[in-house]
Design a protein around this ligand. Structure first.
Ligand code: AMP
Length: 311
């Protein structure tokens, strides 16, 4: 079984109150792939420029991510994103988004990438997400992430992409923006009417919520005293969430399975934010993830003891 992801493969320049990195490996597909690599074979599809070196590829290959469908464009520049965070790490300002090699990219997937069991359309132009979706018709579960930029500049194309997937994973505020609904439950209902059967709302340091026809589930973010850089947390969450589903090829995708997938997404994302960019997840171990999921289970569980209330 395997998991294919298309999305940005990037250089990021990031500044937070705890430090800065002028040029580090990033991109939605990269963060996703590193996290999902704990669950399945992951194939990354996308272009990079001549400036993308062996050191960057080595980070992916260090987690056994398949990089054969990463195309190096002669004379091209890698996607570049730059952002700055203030003391409220839930808020960030994008300073630059340079599509570079993504502007002309026409995805041609290898047979192995097309043949995936699970597909993740990570944040990138919705048109590219649709082209990749069209090439992976055998996938049993397809999830998609996006962001405010694409809601603003390519809403119709994004809506068409969403209509053709099983699961939408989006920031809480972006779900409201996309559906023009101030209420999260109503926003999720609109999405369920569009085609997907699963909606995940990412809520930054407050966690995430799952909405399906079978109900609602929510988890807090794992409580950490020190958060360094939230860049890529959403993609890392998606890597844990979608990866967990990919790791269960013979299990029906039930609300219970999705709840457990939320716990893995939450655990993975919590490691990502502890250091800059991919630094922490690149040297994460399976045992650390298992331990954090167990801790998360302990801090989120409660058992009601019946009490006679006064009328
Ligand atoms: P997140 O913090 O989960 O939203 O992901 C941040 C990552 O997404 C960074 O590593 C960026 O390179 C990448 N990114 C930022 N803006 C875009 C965009 N418009 N399209 C695709 N990827 C992006």
């Amino acid at each position: 079984m395997s998991l294919t992801v298309v999305g940005s493969i990037a250089f990021d320049a990031v500044k937070t109150p705890f430090g800065e990195r002028p040029k580090m490996l990033g991109g939605s597909a990269v963060h996703f792939a590193l996290a999902a690599s704990f669950f399945d074979t992951v194939r990354v599809v996308g272009p990079v420029g001549e400036d993308f070196g062996d050191a960057e590829l080595a980070v992916l290959e260090g987690r056994s991510v398949e990089t054969a469908d990463i195309e190096r464009v002669a004379g091209g520049q890698t996607f570049f994103w730059s952002g700055v965070y203030g003391w409220d790490l839930n808020e960030r300002e994008t300073l630059a988004t340079e599509l570079n090699v993504f502007a002309e990219f026409e995805p041609k997937l290898s047979e192995q990438s097309r043949d995936c069991d699970v597909l993740f359309l990570a944040n990138i132009q919705p048109e590219l997400q649709r082209q990749v979706r069209d090439q992976c018709r055998r996938a049993r579960f397809v999830a998609l992430d996006s962001m405010n930029l694409w809601i603003e500049v390519a809403k119709q194309s994004l809506e068409a992409a969403i209509a053709d997937v099983d699961c939408l994973i989006l920031n809480d505020a972006e779900l409201r923006q996309l559906t023009e609904q101030p209420n999260l439950v109503r926003a999720a209902e609109r999405i369920l009417e569009m085609g997907p059967s699963v909606v995940v709302a990412k809520q930054g340091e407050y966690g995430s919520a799952l909405i399906t026809a079978d109900g609602f589930f929510s988890l807090p973010a794992f409580p950490l005293a020190d958060v360094c850089d939230p860049t890529g947390a959403g993609d890392t969450f998606a890597g844990g969430f979608v990866g967990y589903i990919a790791a269960h090829p013979d299990v029906a995708i039930s609300h219970d399975l999705l709840r457990r997938a939320m716990a893995y997404g939450t655990a993975l994302a919590s490691f990502n934010v502890q250091e800059f960019g991919t630094e922490r997840v690149a040297r994460l171990t399976a045992a650390e993830i298992t331990e954090r999921v167990a801790q998360l289970g302990r801090i989120t569980q409660f058992v009601d003891v019946p009490l006679t209330l006064r009328d």
